[in-house]
Design a binder for this molecule. Structure first.
Ligand code: XUL
Ligand code: CO
Length: 440
């Protein structure tokens, strides 16, 4: 059966095309430096937003019109797999991601849940034999079901901890079966609402032990995926333990996990933490821990995780700059952890949304690539920090000075000469790059 009726494979038609079902900037086969555009961007479709979610929000019921809506249970799950691989092929995406419960419904026992999952995973595996789309990562949903009310690996209830471990164990087995490149841990309900009833130290110790056991098990079964932590500061708990890259880095170092984890950075999580997307990418890159990206954007007027498809070109440029400077994402990719708006309920909206996101990141890639060729930011930074290249600055950088020498230096100074940071000029130049993207 065809789900996305009347829609053919989405092709690249160039920036002047007016075809809503064509890429204007994403040309997967185009070579940029030593990689194709497809290899640079490594796009992934998020199963949960695109095939499972119905558009419900805290104020109202679902609005999405989907051709698998008339089905329920396993029949619906199977129809979703068919629809998913049809869309992957039409969008020509190299990757997809899912949570266990996105693909298969929970049964009346954990055993039945696993059986459901096995059946769907076998179906997915079959599709993957002939599809080019591979598994970027899978993960376990440990936040939706009421049993996770107090968390999973940080729950106050040891039985829930064990249940969560069983789900992750299964997730690692599934990841191995499907050849997943990464395995993601997003904190879900790993955090707390109030300290009035919380043993914070025990919860963090338990979480670290959970991660160590997951690593041990992955090794035991020979699943060599990159493990990723996805930081988020709040939602659903008030205080998520993996608040941001810096907080989670400290946690990983504290518990000896730093060599086995990298980060999956989500744009809207960064902004919820009061950071920019590029701030989180830079912090992860600086410590060699930039693993993958959940590509979306928030709404500047709303303070929650709106998971919009990324269309802000300024942001995609700065994100792609970080990714290119990281020499790419390695085994990671750009996963659209993004949902169409509640008002965009038609099936075609799913296609338009992915085209918009893919084109926006393709523009970001082209502009960032050109800026790096021009040494745009490198020249700005070189000039701005030039006092550290000679004299006392050089000694500071090489660690060969001390407070006495610095005091002597300071005492001999006359008026200190600072120069402008030139932010407005820099922004205007970035605009010039953006506006010339069609000539790049
Ligand atoms: C939630 C979120 C998750 C993770 C995977 O904000 O981003 O969908 O990406 O669990
Ligand atoms: Co995410």
């Amino acid at each position: 059966m065809t789900y996305f009726k009347g829609i053919d494979k989405i092709n690249y038609e160039g920036p002047r095309s007016h075809n809503p079902f064509a890429f204007k900037h994403y040309n997967p086969d185009e070579k940029l430096g030593n990689k194709t555009v497809e290899e640079h961007l490594r796009f992934s479709v998020a199963y949960w937003h695109t095939f499972t979610a119905d558009g419900a929000d805290p104020f109202g019921a679902g609005t999405m019109q989907r051709p698998w809506d008339h089905l329920t249970g396993m029949d619906q799950a199977k129809a979703r797999v068919e629809a998913a691989f049809e869309l992957f092929e039409k969008l020509n995406v190299p990757y997809f991601c899912f949570h266990d419960v996105d693909v298969a419904p929970e049964g009346s026992s954990l055993k039945e849940t696993f059986q459901n999952l096995d059946e769907i995973v076998a179906m997915i595996q079959n599709y993957m034999k002939t599809s080019k789309t591979k598994l970027l990562w899978n993960t376990a949903n440990m936040f939706t079901h009421p049993r996770f009310v107090h968390g999973a690996a940080t729950s106050s209830n040891a039985d829930v901890y064990a249940y969560a471990a069983a789900k992750v164990k299964k997730g690692l087995e599934v990841g191995k079966e499907l050849g997943g490149e990464n395995y993601v841990f997003w904190g879900g309900r790993e955090g707390y609402e109030t300290l009035l009833n919380t043993n914070l130290k025990l919860e963090l110790d338990n979480l670290a032990k959970f991660y160590h056991m997951a690593l041990d098990y992955a090794k035991e079964i020979g699943f060599d995926a990159q493990f990723l932590i996805e930081p988020k500061p709040k939602e659903p708990t008030t205080h998520q333990y993996d608040f941001d890259v810096s907080t989670a880095t400290a946690f990983l170092y504290q518990y000896g996990l730093q060599d086995d984890f990298k980060f999956n950075i989500e744009a809207n999580h960064a902004t919820l933490a009061g950071h920019t997307f590029e701030h989180e990418l830079r912090f992860a890159r600086t410590s060699g821990m930039l693993g993958s990206v959940d590509a979306n954007q928030g709404d500047t007027l709303l303070g929650w995780d709106t998971d919009e498809f990324p269309t802000d070109l300024y942001s995609t440029v700065l994100a792609m700059y970080e990714i290119l400077k990281n020499d790419g994402l390695g085994r990671g990719g750009l996963n659209f952890d993004a949902k169409v708006r509640r008002g965009s309920f038609e099936l075609n909206d799913l296609v338009h949304a992915h085209i918009a996101g893919m084109d926006s990141f393709a523009i970001g890639l082209k502009v960032a690539h050109k800026m790096i060729e021009d040494n745009f930011f490198e020249n700005i930074v070189d000039e701005r920090y030039k006092t550290f290249k000679s004299g006392i600055g050089k000694k500071i950088v090489s660690g060969t000075t001390n407070f006495k020498e610095l005091e002597n230096h300071a005492l001999e100074l006359g008026d200190i000469n600072n120069v402008s940071g030139q932010l407005e000029r820099i922004k205007a130049q970035i605009n010039q790059y953006l506006l010339s993207v069609n000539e790049l």
